[in-house]
Design a protein around this ligand. Structure first.
Ligand SMILES: Nc1ncnc2c1ncn2[C@@H]1O[C@H](COP(=O)(O)OP(=O)(O)OP(=O)(O)O)[C@@H](O)[C@H]1O
Length: 233
């Protein structure tokens, strides 16, 4: 098993707020990591720093042995790090096909946009405008768009928000296929434990910007510190 992502002493301070405070972890290639924690615990800020949309105050991020800490978000996409956002950020008057074609131009790989659309189960939407689609399908388009860049590391920020059980199950299968068949390493931030726990190989729990607990889903579920800080809420 090879380590793909290494995060060392990563911190972000906004004014006086330590949003992320000395976080260390590593992630093996092809694994799915769940990132959980109460509101405001620093999950999105951590994801932003890994993705390059926010610059760390201190610390390092390396991907496959390369220090990518100072890379811009675009350079990180070209290096193999893709992300989705909590809110949908699609160009509403673009078709799904154009959206996926644009994404695939950022980092070429073996799969065509049409193949990615099929993998995600959105082939029937390829000629629709993204803005005309229901929000759950827009979220699937965001995931497809990230996968179209052939990422080594895929970062998903609350991907199942607003999805019903059937839609969330479909997204779960897509993430499983990305991890097991495409070899993509995935970090999923999610409050929906029913969605996350069966999917994650391991879970990192944050509280007040620090790592509170880390381990298998079963381990963190039973960790008294986690129960007190989060799951017991
Ligand atoms: N751009 C910013 N400017 C100032 N403070 C910020 C900024 N972004 C985040 N914060 C603060 O940093 C802390 C961590 O926020 P963050 O959004 O990373 O938490 P989170 O765990 O993702 O929360 P949620 O589950 O609600 O999305 C919070 O106290 C938040 O108010």
């Amino acid at each position: 098993m090879t380590v793909l992502l290494e995060v060392k002493a990563l911190s972000k301070v906004f004014g006086g707020v330590h949003a992320v405070d000395g976080v260390d972890f590593s992630l093996d290639r092809g694994k799915v990591l769940g990132l959980i924690g109460p509101n405001g615990s620093g999950k999105t800020t951590l994801l932003n720093m890994i993705a390059g949309t926010s610059r760390p105050s201190s610390g390092h991020v390396s991907l496959d042995g390369t220090d990518v800490t100072a890379f811009t978000a675009h350079r990180k996409v070209r290096r193999g790090i893709a992300r989705t956002f909590q809110s949908t950020r699609l160009m509403r008057d673009w078709t799904v096909r154009s959206t996926l074609e644009l994404a695939s131009g950022a980092r070429r790989g073996p799969r065509t946009p049409a193949e990615i659309a099929e993998l995600v189960g959105i082939t029937d939407t390829l000629d629709r405008l993204t803005g005309s689609l229901p929000s759950a399908i827009q979220r699937m388009v965001m995931v497809a768009s990230a996968l179209a860049t052939h990422p080594e590391l895929l970062l998903l920020d609350e991907p199942a928000v607003g999805m019903d059980i059937e839609e969330a199950d479909r997204l779960q299968s897509v993430i499983r296929v990305a991890s097991s068949e495409l070899g993509t390493t995935v970090i999923v931030v999610e409050h929906n434990m029913r969605f996350l726990m069966p999917l994650a190989d391991s879970v990192l729990v944050m509280a007040s910007g620090k790592v509170l607990s880390e381990g298998t889903p079963q381990y963190v579920r039973n960790d008294p510190a986690v129960v007190a800080a989060y799951l017991g809420d």
